[in-house]
Design a protein around this ligand. Structure first.
Ligand code: NDP
Length: 419
C-alpha cells in the first residue's frame, strides 16, 4: 500500500503515470495534480480499467506552497514526484517539508524570471565563484539538506535519464568496473525524426534555454566554460550511426564532480542536426529565446513563452517520431593497476515507446527512471534523511529495474572514445 502524488501532467509525467500503473503492486494509489486538470482526467480515463492502481486527480498551482501543502495534507502521499517544471522545485520542496513528505524530481532548480534582482545577485556571485554561467545549478536544492535531515525526510534529486540514469551508470561503473574513475563522457544522442522543420523533444522553454547557453566541462577541479556549440565531435552511436554532437553544460556534471572521488574530467555531449541549430540561431538572433518580458499591443509577453505556444507540443510528437535514442557514458580509469575503458548505454526506439505508452522516447527515457526512483524511495530500498543525488545510493536495484521496466542497458568493454 503506497501513495504517490505526481505533480505536472506533461510529456514526462504521462510516461511516469503509465509506468506506475504497470507497477500497481508498488503504486497502489497515485494522485495526478497539475495546473490543467483536464489533462490529468484524460490520462485517468485512458488508464482506468487497465490498471489496479487507484488514480485520483486534482488541480494545483505548484508555485503556491499553501495550495500544495493543503493538497498533501488531504491526500497524505508517501512521496511527491515533481515532473512539473524546474521553476517549481523549491516551492514543492518547501511544501514537502511542511507536510512531512519525501520529495523526488528529474531536473534541478532554475528560476522562471532570470531578471529577478534578488536571484541575479546570488547568480552573479556564483558565476564568479564557480566559473559557469548556466541559469540552473544544485546550490539552491542542496541548501535544503539540513531542513530535510531535521524533518526526517528525503529528497531525491534528478531521477530522469540525464541526470538520473547516467549518474547511476557512474555509480555502477565505480562499484563493479573501476578502482578509480578518471574521465566521464556523457553522450546523449537522439537519432529520431519527427518530420517537423523545428520542434523540441521536451518542454521548449527549458530545452532552448539549456542548449543556447554557454557550454562547460569539469577538469582538474574546476569548470572550463565554452561558447555555445563551440566544441563539436562526431561519434558512431551503436544502432543509430554517425552523428555530430556538441558540448553542453549539464547539471549532472556538478553532482558527479562532487560524488565520484578522484574524477579528473567530466564532459556532456548532445547530438543536434544542422536544421535544428540553424533554426535555433535564427530564433535567438531575432530575440525569440529571450526570457525578459516585452510590451506588445498593450500586453506584456515573454518571447520564449510565446514561442512555446507556436511550437508543436512535445507530448504530441509520439505518433510521428521514428528512429532511436542512444544515451550513455564512456568511463576511463584504473582497475587492478591497469587502464580500463567502458561504455554503458541504453538504446530506445521511439515507435516502440509510442506503442507501449503513447509517447516518444525522450519522454519515455525520462518517465521510466522517474517511476524507478519513486519506487526505490517508496519501498525504502533507497532511504536516508536529507537531500541526495541518485549516484549516492547503491546502483544495483536501479540498474536491475531499468532492465525490467523498459530501458535495458549494455556494457561495451572496448568502445571508441571521444577525442
Ligand atoms: P511539459 O511542459 O510537457 O509538462 C510540464 C507540466 O507541468 C505540464 O503539465 C504543466 O501544466 C505543469 N505545470 C507547469 N507549471 C505548473 C504550475 N505552476 N503548477 C502546476 N503544474 C504546472 O514538460 P516535460 O514533461 O517535457 O518536462 C517535465 C520535467 O522533466 C521538466 O522539469 C524537465 O526539465 C524534466 N526533464 C528531465 C529530463 C532528464 O532526463 N532528467 C529530460 C527531459 C525533461 P500545463 O499542462 O497546464 O501546461
Amino acid at each position: 500500500m503506497s501513495r504517490l502524488m505526481i505533480i505536472g501532467c506533461g510529456g514526462v509525467a504521462s510516461v511516469a503515470i503509465h509506468k506506475c500503473c504497470q507497477n500497481s503492486e508498488v503504486f497502489t494509489d497515485i494522485m495526478i495534480a497539475s495546473r490543467t486538470v483536464s489533462k490529468c482526467d484524460a490520462i485517468k480515463k485512458e488508464l482506468e480499467g487497465k490498471t489496479k492502481t487507484r488514480i485520483t486527480t486534482a488541480t494545483v498551482n505548484a508555485d503556491c506552497v499553501d495550495e500544495l501543502v493543503a493538497l498533501m495534507n488531504e491526500y497524505k502521499p508517501d512521496a511527491v514526484l515533481n515532473v512539473a517544471l524546474p521553476y517549481q522545485d523549491l516551492t514543492i520542496m518547501d511544501a514537502c517539508l511542511k507536510a512531512g513528505v519525501n520529495y523526488i524530481d528529474t531536473a534541478n532548480y532554475e528560476p522562471e524570471d532570470t531578471d529577478d534582482p534578488e536571484w541575479r545577485r546570488i547568480y552573479e556571485k556564483r558565476c564568479k565563484e564557480e566559473g559557469f554561467t548556466a541559469y540552473f545549478d544544485y546550490s539552491w536544492q542542496w541548501a535544503y539538506k539540513e531542513k530535510f535531515e531535521k524533518a526526517g525526510k528525503m529528497a531525491l534529486l534528478g531521477t530522469g535519464f540525464d541526470p538520473g540514469v547516467t549518474s547511476v551508470f557512474a555509480a555502477y561503473a565505480l562499484k563493479h568496473y573501476f578502482d578509480e574513475i578518471h574521465t566521464i563522457d556523457i553522450l546523449d544522442c537522439n537519432g529520431g525524426d519527427h518530420g517537423y522543420p523545428f520542434a523540441t523533444n521536451f518542454n521548449p522553454e527549458i530545452n532552448l534555454r539549456e542548449v543556447s547557453a554557454n557550454g562547460s566541462y569539469w577538469e582538474n577541479g574546476h569548470w572550463v566554460e565554452t561558447k555555445p556549440m563551440e566544441i563539436k565531435r562526431e561519434y558512431d552511436f551503436p544502432q543509430v550511426g554517425e552523428k555530430d554532437m556538441y558540448l553542453l553544460h549539464h547539471e549532472e556534471i556538478e553532482s558527479l564532480a562532487k560524488n565520484i572521488p578522484g574524477v579528473k574530467r567530466i564532459r556532456f555531449f548532445m547530438t543536434f542536426g544542422q536544421s535544428y541549430l540553424t533554426h535555433m540561431k535564427c530564433l535567438e538572433n531575432v530575440g525569440m529565446l529571450s526570457t525578459s518580458p516585452v510590451e506588445f499591443n498593450g500586453q506584456e509577453i515573454v518571447p520564449i513563452q510565446f514561442l512555446k505556444a507556436l511550437l508543436p507540443d512535445p507530448a504530441s510528437l509520439g505518433p510521428r517520431t521514428v528512429g532511436k535514442t542512444n544515451i550513455g557514458c564512456i568511463f576511463t580509469g584504473i582497475k587492478d593497476g591497469k587502464e580500463k575503458t567502458i561504455y554503458i548505454y541504453n538504446v530506445c526506439d521511439h515507435q516502440e515507446c509510442y506503442k507501449e505508452v503513447g509517447s516518444q522516447a525522450v519522454s519515455y527515457t525520462t518517465g521510466v527512471p522517474a517511476m524507478i526512483g519513486s519506487m526505490l524511495v517508496i519501498t525504502g530500498k533507497w532511504s536516508g534523511k536529507g537531500v541526495f543525488n541518485v549516484e549516492e545510493f547503491d546502483p544495483d536495484p536501479y540498474m536491475e529495474a531499468l532492465n525490467k521496466w523498459g530501458l535495458p542497458w549494455v556494457v561495451d568493454e572496448a568502445p571508441k572514445t571521444v577525442e
